[in-house]
Design a protein around this ligand. Structure first.
Ligand code: ZN
Length: 336
């Protein structure tokens, strides 16, 4: 099985030692990725974008990989600033305040008029808005509650491409159908697990993430659009590394580390569900190329159906399914 130019449209690479430790896990098998800006402090200036990109390129060494940079959304960005930074970034990421790792400086309250100057400038510059769509409500309801905010934004800014990041509910899938300018990324873990896998038996901290995995019917709704490669959905791993001690601890950090085996798991998932490689290719690359209007670097990944034992950790970060056997292995990577 061959996949061309796989893209990860939602990736956390962190910074410093963690960046150095895990960047190649993505850069080895993916052609490029949308890099999330939630560092401390968040990436919010041109200088920070350029410097962070440089650190990423250093961390990936010889790998052929494009980091598509993003900016941490602030309602104070004006058109002059956005015009000056347009060449350096692929999107802007909006976090509701305090909703996930390093999102304290995010948006609270979604007053359309307050957001209008920035979002209109983004529409004019054809700069997509990526959104972590959760309210501060009950943890299982946060995403479904946020759908009304997506609707408000999509209606008020019809020319703005709004990406509903890492969707986990049937309500978000329905919104995708309803509003022409809403798109979505879907992770591999939300296609595989439900809350039962996280907390139904012994607590599994390595599957604990935000948005939290939901009900079987939600997963089924996600599977339906992902396996059909619905043209408005793209793969985005939301792979989020935390050191082992931060996961296997009291006060477990949210995030699932999937980057090194994401393609192998997707190959297995699509095969098990009778979905064709053409659909997988669209989900992993073609849809993102047309939604974002990007041309990724050439990279061909050959996968083979040969059991692969997932390592217990990658430089101190425990991946999903650590120690377990999965059906597909990477056979060859061709950068030509
Ligand atoms: Zn994320």
């Amino acid at each position: 099985m061959q996949l061309n130019a796989p893209l990860d449209m939602h990736l956390h690479l962190r910074d410093g030692e963690m960046l150095e430790n895990i960047a190649t896990a993505s850069a080895h098998t993916f052609s490029g990725a949308i890099i999330m800006p939630n560092l401390v402090p968040p990436i919010s200036s041109k200088e920070e974008v350029i410097a962070y990109k440089k650190r990423i390129l250093h961390a990936i060494g010889d790998e052929k990989f494009t980091p598509y940079m993003t900016l941490f959304f602030k309602p104070s960005y004006d058109k002059a600033f956005l015009t000056s930074i347009r060449e350096e970034i692929t999107a802007i990421k909006l976090y509701p305040a305090g909703i996930t790792t390093n999102s304290e400086g995010g948006v609270s309250g979604f007053n359309v008029e307050e957001l209008r100057p920035t979002l209109e400038a983004m529409s004019e510059l054809n700069l997509p808005l990526c959104v972590h769509g959760e309210t501060n409500g009950f943890v299982m309801d946060r995403e479904a509650e946020f759908v009304s905010i997506y609707a408000r934004l999509a209606t008020a800014f019809p020319k703005l491409k709004i990406i509903m990041e890492h969707i986990t509910t049937k309500e978000s899938v329905e919104a995708l159908e309803k509003y022409p300018n809403l798109y979505a990324t879907i992770t591999i873990h939300h296609l595989l697990i439900t809350l039962d896998d996280v907390a139904g038996g012994m607590l599994n901290p390595h599957l604990f993430c935000k948005p939290i995995a939901k009900r079987p019917e939600d997963r089924d709704a996600l599977l339906k659009v992902a396996l059909a490669a619905h043209p408005k959905v793209m793969f985005g791993s939301d792979s989020a590394p935390h050191p082992k001690h931060a996961k296997e601890s009291c006060g477990c950090a949210a995030g699932v580390f999937t980057a090194p085996i994401a393609l192998q798991l997707l190959a297995e998932l699509f095969e098990n569900n009778g979905a064709s490689i053409t659909k997988l290719q669209a989900f992993i690359s073609e849809n993102a190329k047309s939604i974002y209007a990007i041309t990724p670097l050439t990279k061909t990944i050959t996968l083979e159906k040969k059991p692969f034992k997932v390592p217990s950790d990658y430089n101190g970060v425990v991946p999903i399914y650590a120690g377990k056997e999965i059906a597909y292995s990477i056979k060859e990577i061709n950068n030509g």
